[in-house]
Ligand binder design. Structure first.
Ligand SMILES: [Ca+2]
Ligand SMILES: [Ca+2]
Ligand SMILES: [Ca+2]
Length: 276
């Protein structure tokens, strides 16, 4: 048997060593690429989280700003009593007409016209201005226990939570329906009763046709009388692939939500007339 030449054996060993070295290099390169990809993925994920966090912070700030703005605009104007206009003006008695209200009156008698004006002025403090709530809560109307009377209507703010459809059925069982907001005044009344930032279903839906919002009585939403939050309604599909087709209100604004979510609700029905 012939043995291989020494030179040939050495060449073969050299080739094998070279091949191993190449494989090790390839492995290192592959690992490096994987590492780079992993680091990139981590960086991208981190950046996305930061963007989401910033966006949420912005939305929260916007919400707070708009809440404060709404509270400021809602604050009723201060009614200055007569005494602040004419601090020296005495009580509205008959005597007052003859008593001076200012230094000018002490030196010269008042002409009849001025006396007439003063007389009419002195009667102003005796009348008490009627607050809107008193006018709206007409004693001629009454609601059942658990309902709140306002403007000849009764409102029920539920404690239990259910989907929009079930909530509506419950309102109808009680003789009403989910609330329809017909005016800014009505919206403000409701807001005052949901100030705990708890969402309540209202009688608004676009389930029949996306984007066409209807009240439960079938009437279309008046676009000049809406209280949507900025960016709402957005038919967001993040939690429900069917989107958001039901309206709810919070302490300030309206939002569209998935109708399947369990929420409290506001029912509305006509009050019982007590005066004939
Ligand atoms: Ca209404
Ligand atoms: Ca929708
Ligand atoms: Ca929404």
């Amino acid at each position: 048997m012939m043995s291989r030449p020494q030179k040939y054996i050495e060449g073969e060993a050299l080739h094998s060593q070279h091949e191993k070295s190449n494989n090790a290099l390839k492995l290192r390169v592959a690992m490096l690429v994987v590492c780079v990809l992993l680091v990139s993925a981590l960086v991208v994920t981190y950046l996305l989280l930061e963007v989401l966090k910033t966006r949420n912070m912005l939305r929260n700030l916007e919400m707070k700003q708009e809440t404060v703005k709404a509270d400021v605009t809602e604050r009723p104007p201060e009614i200055k009593p007569c005494s602040t206009v004419q601090p020296t003006c005495p009580e509205p008695e008959v005597k007052i007409i003859t008593q001076p209200c200012s230094p000018i009156q002490t030196t010269s008698p008042q002409p009849p016209e001025i006396n007439m004006i003063k007389q009419s002025h002195s009667t102003i403090p005796t009348t008490t201005p009627q607050l809107p709530d008193i006018t709206m809560n007409d004693p001629c109307y009454k609601c059942e226990d658990g309902w709140k009377l306002h403007g000849g209507k009764c409102y029920y703010f539920s404690i239990s939570k259910s989907s929009w459809d079930v909530s509506r059925t419950e309102c109808r069982t009680k003789g009403g329906d989910l609330v329809k907001i017909d005016s800014e005044e009505e919206q403000n009344f409701l807001r005052k009763n949901v100030q705990q930032k708890i969402p309540f279903w209202i009688g608004l839906t676009d389930s029949a046709e996306e984007g066409r919002w209807l009240w439960v009585d079938g009437s279309p939403l008046n676009e000049s009388l809406t209280f949507w939050k900025f960016f709402e309604p957005d038919d967001w599909k993040g939690k429900d692939p069917d989107g958001e087709d039901c309206g709810r209100m919070g302490s300030v604004y309206w939002y569209d939500n998935s109708c399947k979510r369990s929420r409290r609700s506001i029912c509305e029905k006509s009050a019982v007339a007590m005066c004939v």
